[in-house]
Design a protein around this ligand. Structure first.
Ligand SMILES: [Zn+2]
Length: 413
């Protein structure tokens, strides 16, 4: 069955060959989805081919589904009190991770699964069609493997983050050896990526290098939490090891920016700078210098960092609004970073854009332009979400109002 989305006021394809400007915008557009769940045709509605079914966008904007390339969804417990204390003046140190670790270890599989499912639904309703999910609140061989097994029920983009924090009772060298040895062996079959929190009080540069190198040797792709709370060598380590993404990038020196920019030269996928403004918002910290990264030519992604401690938002539109208002990104740059940028941070070419052949993951907005995502912060503007061409929320085709459990990454192919 083919489907035409007709009467699109503003279609963002992120494909310059399909439309105007870097976002590849087509006005008064239509988009046809083939029976394989992929984009089959894009263009002016006046020349759209016929399809089996149609969905009227009523003159609104249609954008690629958001790609949230950084989220910690496998956890238990609640840290609202810690947030309230922080807003009353306590600093954020990352130490609260251990609170979540204790709750996560004590939780049942079904409890963890229910939390991931709830957050994934929140994300879907807000237009996110691909999510990355990290482990990192288990920190034992069994609990890290369990976290990744559950994450894998919801996404293909699973990340082993045994190197999230050194457990309170562990020796740093012994724990790093565990992360690089038996824990990695247990986690690798369930993970696509390996990640490390490279930070003072977590994993220093040498230990971070050991963790990522071990993961790469085990066949995992590398990504890193770098330069979040303090300056350091994390970003340069990411570039040196060919990591897909360096995440946070809040405290950068000029050589860090240069390294990120140089990594994307010559057609190489390079290391994406993934900015997570929800973390700065929720810890009342200085925002990353997105302008310096963009002006230097680095590839920038935006993601939620959804986690119970430092950024408990599941909303990509909120992150876009923060990026525009607080980090001086243009609305167009922010939308690109939240879609195509996230896809690049996951080294995916099938998502994050709506060119012919892309997976038909998209959001129909209750707004005439994507600019409203930042212009109307906090307003639920996502009306309909399609994952691989299948309606997943909001106003569905043929009037059957229901949220289907369409999986965000797969399940339809
Ligand atoms: Zn994170």
């Amino acid at each position: 069955m083919t489907l035409v989305i007709d009467h699109i006021g503003e279609l963002v394809t992120n494909d310059a060959t399909e439309g105007d400007g870097p976002l590849g915008i087509v006005r008064d557009a239509a988009l046809v989805i083939g029976g394989d769940g992929r984009v089959a045709w894009v263009g002016a509605r006046s020349s759209a081919p016929a399809a089996d079914r149609s969905l009227d966008a009523r003159g609104t904007a249609v954008i690629p589904g958001f790609v949230d390339s950084h989220a910690h969804l496998v956890f238990a417990g609640d840290r609202a009190a810690e947030f309230a204390a922080r807003m009353a003046g306590s600093p954020y140190t990352g130490g609260g991770i251990r609170t979540t670790v204790a709750a996560t270890r004590a939780a049942s599989d079904d409890d963890l699964r229910a939390t991931v499912g709830r957050l994934r639904r929140e994300m879907l309703w807000q237009g996110t069609t691909t999510i990355e999910i990290k482990s990192g609140y288990g920190l034992t061989v069994a609990d890290e493997r369990r976290s990744l097994r559950i994450a894998g029920e919801f996404t293909d983009e699973t990340t082993y983050l045994g190197a999230h924090v050194i457990p309170a009772d562990a020796d740093p060298d012994d724990y790093t050896a565990l992360v690089c040895g038996p824990m990695l062996s247990a986690a690798a079959p369930y993970a696509r990526w390996i990640d490390v929190f490279c930070e003072r009080g977590a994993f220093d540069e040498d230990r971070s290098r050991a963790v990522l190198t071990a993961g790469i040797r085990a066949g995992l792709g590398a990504r890193i939490h770098a330069n979040q709370l303090t300056p350091g060598g994390g970003v340069r380590l990411a570039v040196e090891l060919g990591a897909a993404s360096a995440d946070h990038c809040t405290h950068l020196a000029p050589p860090d920016i240069d390294a990120l920019a140089a990594s994307v030269g010559g057609g190489a996928p390079g290391t994406v700078a993934t900015l997570l403004p929800g973390a700065e918002f929720s810890t009342r910290s200085r925002y990353p210098d997105a302008r310096a990264l963009l002006d230097a030519g680095a590839t920038v992604a935006l993601a939620t960092d959804c986690n119970p401690g430092s950024s408990y938002t599941s909303s990509m539109p909120f992150c876009i609004a923060l990026a525009v208002r607080e980090m001086r990104m243009t609305p167009a740059e922010a939308l690109w970073s939240a879609t195509a940028g996230g896809a690049k941070a996951l080294r995916r070419t099938d998502i994050g854009h709506l060119g012919v052949g892309a997976r038909a993951d998209l959001a129909i907005l209750d707004a005439p332009s994507f600019v409203h995502l930042a212009y109307r912060p906090g307003v639920p503007l996502v009306r309909t979400v399609l994952v691989s061409g299948v309606p997943a929320g909001g106003t569905p085709i043929d009037g059957a109002a229901q949220l289907t459990e369409a999986t965000i990454n797969g399940g339809h192919h």
